[in-house]
Design a protein around this ligand. Structure first.
Ligand SMILES: Nc1ncnc2c1ncn2[C@@H]1O[C@H](COP(=O)(O)OP(=O)(O)OP(=O)(O)O)[C@@H](O)[C@H]1O
Ligand SMILES: [Mg+2]
Length: 211
């Protein structure tokens, strides 16, 4: 199987792409997670991008956030990216206390002193439930290990309460800790793929041929 991400072909990942395909097929009837782990530069984000692309093809709403190490200290940066495009639609669908808390976290309303993490987590959970009413919903998070702590806490709360039709696909550096606690939150509903070097030949050679 060959697919493309950002114009480049994904090569020598037939087994992983087949797993993505079957995982995506299971999202509409349940809630599930797919986690790519592996060493730096091994190809996690490439497979994550392929999952997003296929999710779009299948008509899912895909919300994405890519964490970077330098933004680790920025509160709610990842949540702002994740919900940026849908916030205006979904916030009016929430009760006033939840819209107030989530809206403040997303800087849609003036910042508040002592923002209650529980209210933000509950607001995010409700927002995801609302968004999944219109069809499959995919949350795509790249580099979990660098998620800012307030976003991770809200996401961990929401992941434990994900409803039917919502999937989460994420990447994590091997042996790094996951602040969203996907393993804990999803248990047996989480599929993990450790991305390893391309089978046979030199991976750099096969990547070079793909572009
Ligand atoms: N299967 C593949 N086919 C073609 N190119 C690939 C493949 N896997 C990875 N690459 C290329 O190798 C480089 C590194 O891949 P990628 O960014 O996906 O790694 P990563 O595991 O996410 O790295 P990091 O841990 O630094 O985030 C990229 O330029 C990407 O395009
Ligand atoms: Mg990456």
């Amino acid at each position: 199987m060959t697919t493309t991400v950002g114009g480049g072909a994904v090569v020598r990942r037939e087994r992983e792409l087949a797993a993505v395909e079957s995982w995506l097929g299971a999202v509409p009837d349940g809630c599930a997670g797919l986690l790519f782990t592996g060493e730096p530069g091994i190809g996690k984000t490439t497979l994550w991008g392929a999952a997003i692309e296929r999710g779009h093809d299948l008509g899912a709403t895909v919300l994405t956030a890519r964490a970077v190490e330098s933004e680790l200290p920025l509160g709610f940066a990842a949540l702002g990216d994740l919900l940026g495009e849908v916030a205006d639609d979904v916030l009016p669908q929430l009760s006033a206390p939840l819209a107030g808390a989530l809206g403040a976290a997303l800087l849609r309303t003036p910042p508040r002193e002592g923002l209650d993490p529980y209210a933000v987590g509950r607001g995010l959970t409700e927002a995801l439930h609302q968004l999944s009413r219109y069809g499959p919903l995919l949350l795509a998070l790249d580099d979990l290990q660098w998620l800012d702590a307030p976003s991770a806490r809200a996401l961990a709360f929401a992941v434990r309460r994900l409803g039917k039709g919502t999937g989460i696909v994420a990447t994590l550096r091997l042996d790094a800790s996951d602040p969203v606690e996907l393993r804990l939150g999803l248990g047996g509903r989480l599929s993990e793929i450790e991305v390893k070097a391309c089978p046979s030949e030199l991976s750099m050679t096969c990547f070079a041929r793909a572009v």
